[in-house]
Design a protein around this ligand. Structure first.
Ligand code: HEC
Length: 143
């Protein structure tokens, strides 16, 4: 029984790994249908967060976020990735509200942005730990 649980955990870890794993044959076997909608959306979210960070550091006005980010609750995940949809939706709602907050303020924008990164981290600690090191790189250091 323990061995089955362990094997399951490994499958989850690998299929939720970073992009580097994409070229491995193992990865293809685990996910024959290619990347899930949610995985693709996550990459969009990640790219957008990087852009925001650049813009904030450069003091530029912020690019609005891609509309599809609002489909986070309905995008199809990799099978087995989300154990509890209610918990996922709670984290997703928090993320969306933190994302909106960045656009609503001129004050403490770095802090608002870091709150959004926190909301990525919070969900990932529960659902998918592979990308955490990449996500943590998004933080803007505040002196
Ligand atoms: C509500 C929970 C939740 C939030 C919030 C969240 N993620 Fe994710 N993330 C997931 C889940 C679940 C997956 C696995 C998706 C799948 O495989 O279908 C994932 C996958 C990823 C991946 C891997 C994608 C791939 O190529 O397979 C990256 C990178 C990522 N997230 C970055 C982020 C970043 C950056 C943020 C914040 C801007 C964020 N995530 C916010 C739950 C979340």
């Amino acid at each position: 029984m323990n061995r089955i649980v362990f094997a399951l955990c490994m499958v989850l870890l690998i299929s939720c790994g970073t992009k580097k794993a994409d070229n491995k044959g193992e990865e293809k076997k685990l996910n024959p249908n290619g990347d899930s909608e949610l995985a693709v959306l996550m990459r969009t979210m990640h790219e957008h967060a990087k852009l925001l960070k650049e813009e904030i550091l450069a003091g530029k006005s912020l690019t609005t976020y891609p509309e599809e980010i609002k489909t986070i609750n309905t995008a199809e995940p990799t099978p087995g990735m989300i154990a509890n949809k209610e918990v996922f939706d709670g984290f997703a709602g928090l993320y969306l509200s933190k994302l909106d907050s960045i656009y609503l303020t001129d004050v403490n924008i770095k802090l608002q942005y870091n709150h959004m990164v926190n909301s990525c981290v919070d969900c990932h600690q529960v659902h998918c730990q592979g990308p955490l090191p990449a996500i943590r790189k998004l933080y803007i250091p505040i002196n």
